[in-house]
Design a protein around this ligand. Structure first.
Ligand SMILES: C[S@@+](CC[C@H](N)C(=O)[O-])C[C@H]1O[C@@H](n2cnc3c(N)ncnc32)[C@H](O)[C@@H]1O
Length: 329
């Protein structure tokens, strides 16, 4: 089955496309967002994806909209450079829909799923260190930290210990081999609703693809690329991602929270706000969740670019982990 786009109506409503405008869909996937944006106004869309397979899926859109749609392989963390390379110095809208697509999850050979046996890969871009490189070489403490922080897995230490013990006898090469080791580490399924490897697989995938680093880079790249009045829309699936987008939008709109939810939001004295009109959709509606379980944890946030100059500040990642290149040399 293909990928069902999440919160599609909300995404297009927040992007509000108009004729002649230029949009960048930073996570093309199966093209669900790109197609709807192209249908909703006579605008232009650049579809971007780091997965080479996505380009093949973009063929129908290229043939339906030869003058208004183009595809560019690359990372959304560099979306301003990608847009420039496509001849667009500035954009009217940017959307990113984080995580993996159903195409990637459903294909055993991509190694994202603990439900299907395949090579332990998990690389969206199909290049660089794989999940097997990570679990076969990372120190136990680093693995535990990755699984705890990115997977919010309480049994992270036990899982990391089991991985390290298992790999002494035989290196991990397949998804089911890892899923089994994780299941054993936590003492089986014991009536759990979700598979015991769910959180660990998510954590390893996020680390292998440097997903939080990419998100932080994308937010800053969008600040550089959007025109005054340009819209930024982000769909997240993980609390760490949502927290990062929320913090970025609060900071760049000049509002810092008073340290506790009971303290008032205060206007900061930093540089002029680069974003305004911050909006959030708390969650998809019940009908969407019933039709698409994957939508359950999704959150949407949007903001509108002001005329103020780009800030000279890095987004605080707030996750204390080494980089992928430090762990997989
Ligand atoms: C959730 S899917 C997007 C689905 C899409 N909105 C649709 O309607 O079909 C996420 C896609 O983003 C891609 N992706 C994830 N991180 C990326 C990054 N940093 N740069 C570019 N593409 C990325 C993945 O390869 C995947 O195809």
């Amino acid at each position: 089955m293909g990928h069902i786009p999440v919160m599609l109506d909300h995404v297009v409503e927040h992007l509000a496309p108009k004729a002649g405008e230029v949009f960048l869909d930073g996570t093309f996937g199966g093209g669900g967002y790109s197609r709807r944006i192209l249908e909703s106004a006579k605008c232009h869309v650049i579809g971007v994806d780091r997965d080479p397979d996505a380009e093949t899926r973009s063929a129908p859109l290229k043939s339906d909209y030869p003058d208004r749609f183009s595809f560019a392989g690359g990372r959304f963390g560099e979306l301003d450079e990608v847009a420039r390379a496509c001849g667009h110095e500035q954009l009217d809208g940017v959307v990113v829909d984080l995580g993996v697509s159903s195409f990637q999850l459903d294909e055993a050979d991509r190694g994202f799923s603990f439900m299907r046996d395949g090579p332990l890969d998990m690389r969206m871009s199909q290049s660089g260190p794989s999940a097997a490189d990570l679990v076969n070489s990372a120190p136990e403490a680093v693995l535990a930290n990755i699984i705890f922080q990115l997977g919010e897995e309480r049994d992270s230490r036990r899982i990391a210990r089991r991985i390290v013990e298992t790999r002494k006898a035989e290196a991990f090469t397949t998804t089911l081999q890892l899923a089994e080791a994780i299941e054993k580490a936590v003492g089986g399924r014991r009536g759990k609703k979700t598979h015991p490897a769910t959180k660990s697989f998510q954590a390893l995938r996020m680390f292998v693809n440097e997903e939080l680093v990419e998100l932080a880079n994308a937010l800053e790249a969008a600040e550089r690329a959007l025109k005054p009045g340009g819209r930024l829309v982000v769909v997240t699936f993980h609390s760490l991602e949502d927290r990062m987008v929320k913090a970025f939008m609060a900071e760049r709109s000049g509002k810092t929270e008073g340290g506790s939810r009971f303290m008032p939001v205060v206007q900061s004295e930093g540089p002029a706000a680069t974003f305004e009109k911050i909006r959030r959709v708390t969650a998809p509606d019940v009908a969407e969740i019933e039709a698409n379980a994957r939508a359950r944890s999704s959150r949407l946030r949007s903001a509108v670019r002001t005329e103020a100059p780009v800030w000279d500040a890095d987004t605080d990642l707030s996750v204390d982990l080494p980089s992928l290149s430090e762990v997989c040399r």
